[in-house]
Design a protein around this ligand. Structure first.
Ligand code: SAH
Length: 291
């Protein structure tokens, strides 16, 4: 597996060799997993564009479905789909459906469901994210990335220094962001957005047998961090990230008291959404690449 360049590296030190080996293995993994070839004859009626997936807001169980609202708009006006085109539908329950367009109106489309394909693009473990959400675009960006990473549920946390509380229209907009992100990344189950939850109640009510980590700079407290090996093995992981103003000392003491482990993300202070993406990536991709 080692090529000439890596063999030269090996002469320098055992440590360099280990690094080279890891690089080769990662490269192999990327080559093995990342490039897919579509076989079979090209069919112009099938929209191969990765964005040509449409969300149906009820369980698809019948032979025909209607698309309305933003999904019908996307189909008719953005993708300019025509009668006879075949597209992919999903209803958030874990499968996708090949469907043929029978009618396209200004704000509604009707499709015949041709085939159901069970597709599982979910994580092999349960990942829950509790986070004190930032505002505006950064909030939407965070929700988009959490969806792409495979988070099962996002719980907006109310902490001493939280200023956001997504309810009503704000929550509906976040749910729309989840749908858009799922269409883009091919996920067939929607990440749930929980009701806003007080931090104390969240810390207390999460299952103690799950791995529960709370991101907090460790120089602030003399407490042991979660071990990376645990993050890569636990069947159920709860990750908690604080607000822009950080957690209070009292909140961290409460978390420790309920058995949560602290996780340090390095010497720089990360924005909330960066902390979510960094920690989420370590857990999700760490398991994908090194298991
Ligand atoms: N203003 C705060 C930082 C808040 S950053 C301060 O100066 O302490 C927002 C959240 O991201 C934090 O509550 C924490 O959960 C997470 N975070 C950011 N940087 C981190 C780091 N280096 N280590 C661990 N957690 C971090």
């Amino acid at each position: 597996m080692l090529d000439g360049r890596n063999l030269r590296l090996r002469k320098h030190s055992r440590q360099a060799s280990a690094v080279a080996l890891r690089v080769v293995r990662l490269a192999d993994l990327f080559l093995g997993c990342g490039i897919h070839t579509i076989s079979g004859p090209a069919d112009s009626r099938v929209l191969h564009d990765m964005t040509a997936r449409y969300f149906v807001d009820h369980e698809i169980g019948r032979s025909h479905v209607s698309l309305e609202g933003p999904e019908a708009h996307h189909l008719a006006h953005v993708m300019r789909a025509k009668v006879g085109d075949e597209v992919t539908l999903f209803d958030g329950t874990g499968a996708e459906f090949l469907a043929r367009i029978q009618h396209v109106g200004r704000s509604q489309a009707r499709l015949e469901v041709l085939v159901r394909r069970p597709i599982d693009r979910e994580l092999a473990f349960q990942l829950t994210l509790g986070v004190a959400l930032p505002r505006g675009d950064r909030q939407r960006w965070l929700v988009e990335k959490a969806t792409e990473l495979g988070v099962g549920e996002l719980v907006p946390l109310l902490t001493a220094r939280t200023t956001t509380r997504p309810e009503g229209g704000a929550r509906a907009r976040l749910e729309r962001t989840v749908i858009e992100a799922s269409k883009q990344c091919g996920r067939k189950r929607l990440m749930r957005i929980g009701a806003p939850c007080e931090l104390a109640s969240y810390l207390r009510n999460t299952p103690p047998d799950a791995l529960r980590v709370i991101a907090h700079p460790l120089q602030a407290v003399a407490e042991r961090a979660a071990r990376p090996g645990d993050l890569l093995r636990a069947p159920s992981v709860y990750v908690t990230v604080g607000p822009e103003g950080g957690f209070t000392d009292g909140e961290i003491e409460l978390a420790i008291g309920h058995g949560w482990q602290l996780v340090d993300l390095g010497p720089r202070v990360l924005r909330v959404e960066t902390a979510v993406l960094a920690l989420g990536s370590v857990i999700v991709l760490g398991r994908c690449l090194f298991e």
